[in-house]
Design a protein around this ligand. Structure first.
Ligand code: HEC
Length: 173
């Protein structure tokens, strides 16, 4: 940014104006850049504003649901716009599905406020063509990376939905 503004100054432009212009246009662009297959970068990306809790979701996931997976007794699932707007039985690169897993109150069996885990599917072009390029991540309830990549544990269950791009509880069409 400094170097390109120095060039503008050499051409007789104003350094302040140049920096201002670059900032207003580069800042929102930078905020939108999707990360590579890197669990920490992905966490930073999905928690930046507007964070994943403000995303939409598919109809099946509109309410807090009881879950049978080890990553939460109750879950909320958030789907980014790339996936929401997609058509067909395979989601496009850039799709992100976030599952937020809550604990259970042992007396009432009601969901607790405690978040046990976040499990995320992120499609990165070329990451793993055999597995439809899904990058799998398990974060702790505080966002610490626990497992990432082609995670066998995730695939044990999600492999049963190979014909639906590994998505279990929403039919792609
Ligand atoms: C024991 C089976 C099981 C394992 C292991 C598992 N899942 Fe799932 N997953 C499910 C089920 C069942 C659903 C449907 C929603 C629900 O009930 O939680 C689901 C839903 C999801 C969804 C929402 C989209 C969909 O497929 O419906 C994401 C994202 C997800 N899982 C990510 C992961 C990741 C990442 C891992 C590994 C860290 C993982 N899952 C491991 C069973 C599993």
């Amino acid at each position: 940014m400094t170097t390109s503004c120095q060039r503008v100054v050499r051409w007789g432009g104003s350094a302040v104006l140049c920096a201002l212009l670059l900032w207003t246009w580069a800042a929102p662009l930078g905020a939108m850049e999707p990360p590579a297959a890197d669990a920490q970068a992905l966490w930073n990306y999905i928690t930046q504003e507007p964070n994943f809790r403000k995303w939409g979701t598919w109809q099946e996931f509109q309410k807090l649901r009881r879950s049978t997976s080890p990553f939460g007794f109750y879950v909320k699932i958030y789907i980014n716009d790339v996936a929401l707007q997609a058509k067909g039985t395979t989601l496009p690169p850039g799709s992100i599905l976030v599952r937020e897993g809550f604990g259970m109150n042992s007396n009432t069996y009601a969901p607790s406020d405690q978040i046990i885990a976040y499990t995320v599917m992120y499609k990165v072009k070329g990451f793993n063509p055999k597995g439809n390029d899904w990058f799998w991540v398990h974060y702790s309830g505080t966002g610490k990376v626990m497992q990432s990549g082609v995670v066998d544990q995730c695939l044990k269950c999600h492999n049963t939905a190979r014909d639906n791009d590994f998505v279990l509880d929403h039919r792609l069409r």
